[in-house]
Design a protein around this ligand. Sequence first.
Ligand code: ATP
Ligand code: MG
Length: 439
Amino acid sequence: MTEPKKIPQKLQMLQAVKGMNDILPPESARWEWLEAKMRSVLQRYGYQNVRTPIVEPTALFVRGIGEVTDIVEKEMYAFEDRADKHGQAEHLALRPEMTAGVVRAMIEHSYLRDSGRRLYYFGPMFRREKPQKGRYRQFHQMGVEALGFAGPDVDAEVILMGSRLLRELGLGPEHVRLELNCLGAPAERRAHREALVAHLEAHKALLDEDSQRRMYSNPLRVLDTKNPALQDMANAAPKLLDFLGEESLAHFNGVRAILDAAGIAYTLNPRLVRGLDYYNLTVFEWVTDKLGSQGTVCGGGRYDGLIEQLGGKPTPAVGFGMGLERMLLLLEEVGVAPEAPTPQAYAVVPSSEGLPQVMVALEQLRAAGVSVVLHPGQSSMKSQFKKADASGARYALVFGADELARGEVAIKPLRDAAALQVSRPLAAVADWAAELLRA
Ligand code: ATP
Ligand code: MG
């Protein structure tokens, strides 16, 4: 590879790429907490984990997400790989979302032949957007995809699951609201499209450049505009809901009946179309007012046409993606703070003399399930106890020369002034380790 002639300033200072964040302690502990909470809910619904590559053929996203979308037109990190010995170079892209990749994997490995699949994923996604709070160039999603299920039951299931996720994280209707729409079937969308194009043509002078360009190629997306000057025009546009036939309405009402029975409140938003082309029937978003224009924390819906579009057998599917950065920002905003994980014990080691014996005892404690942090290197007792205290540990384990000579360790409670220091034999750690685990 040829080196660039002038080393860019960025490289000299070794900074992360703009819009791509390091996630460091203690912040990373909040991520682990969030992910563990989410996994626990996902498993209760019988969803299974999938992991697909971060890099995929560019064509997968062009075909899957749609050519006339912000993501494919402007936001995708696409590049040409180095040529092979025949001079052929692959067109590759960093995934901007994961549904297309999951569908590709399911088709490629014939995973949809016998029965449906309920899947979930966590991972980084990449979009070249203007970085701001809640909007990054590398961001993370948790998502679910239920493939092979046509009925409204599974649409409702993924919405109920989203609701439970939010609830268990401490977020209720006062923090996030559910918006719902039905995009119908392709024929209904065509009929609506005709009426919509006529409406847009009547207001052509008003439209901004983006909207004019999309008026014919993707008129539904014009309604998704964030331009304040276009809101009245968009509100007055013909509504897809009015073009739905019996079957679509029955599906939509089926979803609504389940949500109503489960006590999940929602608002119907006829302008909700989502930023990707593959959706049909049910679409939904969980939205908050607390994150400005980055208010969508979760979006999803049904995409019955995508699997066939990507070369598989026609298979119905529904799913959603949840932005983890936005979830964490929202949790912070509303004051939900997980407890920082702390070790149960901190090992104070005054001299290096008995170190092998100490390290072996610590290994036995860890084998018994105790989390214990070793004070590294040598320093004064005073500074070791200061560190022990700062670690948040419940106990200091003091491996003094006297204790070691007796084959013991002193256990000093750090959080309970009334509790007494005791000694325990090193040879029988397993017999008393449970004392340390009792928090
Ligand atoms: P927006 O309208 O805010 O751009 P979107 O419709 O493009 O969102 P989706 O493609 O539906 O978003 O992705 C699902 C979720 O992923 C979003 O609801 C959001 O929480 C999160 N997300 C999307 N893009 C970003 C980004 N650039 N930075 C951080 N989170 C994002
Ligand atoms: Mg977007």
